[in-house]
Design a protein. Structure first.
Length: 202
């Protein structure tokens, strides 16, 4: 083997981000189409604090479109039009099963989590302002450090997250914590890594 082939350059932050978003969209589409929308393991990362102590074995996180207004309006309309939660669920699932997750580039890389107002996990994350997320599913894993902050009421991602969750829990109150998790892609790790990244560096 030539020397250059033995050395592998670490994928760029952009490559890992794009790889992660494509993977997330793929597993979410499968969850919608084959699992009735139930979150799969790769949608529920393990949460560690900045000292690498486990805060939660799993936390469901959402992907939010970069421009969420149209889908948020659809979700709000579905929740408000009928008191039948089964009807809301079926209409929402049909929407999410179609092409919602078809284009990874349409999604923000900032993930969002919705937690009850009195959740100890929310308090711990907001106190630290940072955490690590460990995603694992079907032979693919990522370890991602992220900054944590509460999303303000004017943030479209907050409304998107609340109305998305109300598709499955129409009684969700406005008083929940909606946390934004902004990854540090420079330090993120993927295993396996995105392919095709070799280097001549020694």
């Amino acid at each position: 083997m030539a020397r250059a082939e033995r050395f592998r350059k670490r994928p760029s932050a952009h490559a890992i981000r794009d790889h992660f978003l494509a993977w997330q969209c793929r597993i979410r589409q499968v969850a919608m189409r084959e699992q009735g929308g139930r979150p799969s393991p790769g949608m529920r990362p393990r949460i560690l604090d900045t000292q690498r102590r486990e805060l939660a074995p799993a936390l469901t996180v959402l992907l939010i479109p970069k421009e969420p207004e149209e889908s948020t309006a659809f979700f709000r309309f579905q929740v408000m039009k009928t008191p039948d939660p089964r009807d809301v669920y079926e209409r929402a699932l049909a929407f999410l099963q179609a092409d919602f997750f078809q284009e990874p580039e349409a999604f923000s890389d900032r993930m969002v989590a919705v937690l009850p107002r009195d959740a100890a996990l929310a308090a711990a994350l907001l106190d630290d302002g940072a955490c690590a997320l460990e995603f694992v599913q079907l032979g693919q894993s990522y370890r991602i450090a992220a900054k944590v902050r509460a999303l303000k009421s004017v943030d479209p991602a907050r409304e998107a997250a609340i109305w998305h969750n109300r598709l499955f829990n129409p009684a969700l109150p406005d008083t929940v914590h909606v946390l934004g998790l902004q990854p540090d892609w420079d330090s993120a790790r993927a295993d396996p890594e995105p392919a095709g990244r070799t280097s001549r560096s020694v």
